[in-house]
Design a protein around this ligand. Structure first.
Ligand SMILES: [Zn+2]
Length: 438
């Protein structure tokens, strides 16, 4: 690891719920000093006057693809997108080719990623039924076991409460989280091949989420397992799980800001699962997030090629890229006084770090990891997917006006992104393993 020393001068630094003017010296990957004035010679200096310094953002739900799916995205393009979006740490999902369903495959993925990543990257693994494999996955640093109810990533009897309980008990024993995609497709209404996106969305109604959450909460209680509920779309789901200290929730910018009426105009550009909901449901989710009912905002960055997406509703793979849109959209909400900085830092830094055991992250303090993002709150722009670093050059947010932009992203004590460009070397980021990351 090469040692780069960086002095961030005259920023408004986020600390203990407020901003204080000062400078930050980063050495050997960690924050060395924070003071009103720091004099340091022959150090790369960023004049951050007029900029806000926040802890680097953590996205706990991304699909970086790579390996067999590198035509959609790879570790370099996906983590470049992360850096451009202010994220210094991302946790990648296991539904890849090959799937991350064993310790040996997890280790292989960690090796490939180490050569390419620009930011810190960790990996979720697939939920598997073999308890020995769960032990091995935890030992290799898996950040969670992902249970994808609609279609298991590795062979798994998702219909069986007993199988889920057994898996959750094994996960709890090795202190590993279970992450879940909570949609009960056994109750889906039938669709026919000629149906459009609106019909497909209607067939995956909110009741499927409610049923799955109810079921998983029940099993989770018996197994005494920590469960993180991915991309919830309903206020009632957030209320349901908020009663348990072992449950955490995640919401996405698309479910907070977009509703299903867009499906008629945007089609595949707005197709993801769970699908966009009604305007009323969206508003109540947004109100719930703003009042602190959700634990985490994650992008569910899910890149595909436009050729794959644009081949009719029945064949279009669900998912939209989100790493480069999430932060500008949330900063816009802060600028409009629809949410506070304090909540933003909680949902995009502090809670993700706490839930996924990233102890030395999400704080601007001496000794913490040198992960931070410099933000220009006055900069206005428009979301333009043709300029994404991600290979997926489309977005349901195309054309949205934003106020508040990333000026620079520093990960592991290295400037990765500055002024519209990636300035670090491919592979300069770190691979994180749960339980080994400080
Ligand atoms: Zn996902």
């Amino acid at each position: 690891m090469e040692d780069q020393s960086i002095l961030v001068r005259d920023a408004d630094i986020w600390n203990e719920n407020r901003f204080t003017r000062g400078s930050i010296l980063i050495e050997k990957g960690r924050i060395k000093r924070i003071a009103r004035r720091i004099v340091a010679d022959s150090v790369e200096t960023i004049n951050a006057s007029g900029l806000k310094a926040l802890p680097g953002l953590i996205d706990v739900h991304v699909h970086l693809r790579d390996m067999g799916l590198a035509f959609k995205e790879d570790f370099a393009t996906g983590t470049a997108a992360a850096a451009a979006g202010g994220f210094t740490t991302v946790l990648d999902m296991p539904n890849t080719i090959p799937p991350t369903d064993s310790a040996s495959r997890l280790i292989e993925k960690q090796k490939v990623a180490a050569q390419k990543t620009y930011v810190n990257v960790g990996f979720h693994a697939a939920a598997v039924s073999d308890s020995h494999e769960i032990d091995a996955l935890a030992g290799a640093g898996a950040f969670s076991l992902k249970l994808y109810l609609p279609k298991p990533i590795a062979p798994f009897d998702v219909e069986s409460d007993g199988a889920i309980e057994k898996m959750m008990r094994a996960a709890a024993r090795v202190n590993t989280l279970v992450t879940v995609h909570a949609e009960d497709l056994s109750a889906t209404e039938n669709t026919s091949p000629g149906d459009g996106f609106e019909e497909l969305a209607a067939a995956r109604s909110p009741i499927l989420e409610t049923r799955a959450v109810d079921r998983l909460v029940r099993i989770q209680k018996k197994a005494r397992c920590n469960v993180h509920y991915c991309h919830l779309t309903l206020r009632s789901s957030l209320v349901n799980i908020s009663s348990s200290s072992k449950s955490t929730s995640e919401v996405t910018p698309h479910h907070l800001l977009l509703s299903k009426k867009l499906l008629s105009s945007l089609g595949w550009r707005a197709w993801m699962v769970p699908p966009l909901r009604s305007e009323e449901t969206r508003r109540s989710l947004l109100r719930s997030m703003v009042t602190g009912l959700a634990s985490v905002i994650a992008s569910d960055h899910a890149p595909h090629t436009i050729t794959e997406k644009d081949q009719g509703a029945s064949k279009s793979p669900p998912g939209v890229p989100g790493l480069e849109t999430t932060f500008p959209l949330m900063l816009t909400m802060v600028n409009r006084q629809q949410m506070t900085f304090s909540l933003l830092v909680k949902l995009l830094c502090q809670n993700p770090a706490r839930i996924f055991g990233l102890k030395s992250k999400a704080k601007l303090r001496v000794g913490a990891d040198g992960d931070l993002v410099l933000v220009d709150m006055k900069k206005e722009s428009r979301i333009d997917s043709s300029r994404f670093f991600s290979k997926a050059k489309f977005s349901p947010f195309d054309g949205f006006k934003t106020k508040g932009a990333v000026h620079a992203t520093i990960a592991g004590g290295r400037v990765v992104y500055r002024d519209g460009e990636i300035v670090a070397r491919e592979g300069s980021g770190a691979v994180l393993r749960r339980g080994f990351s400080g």
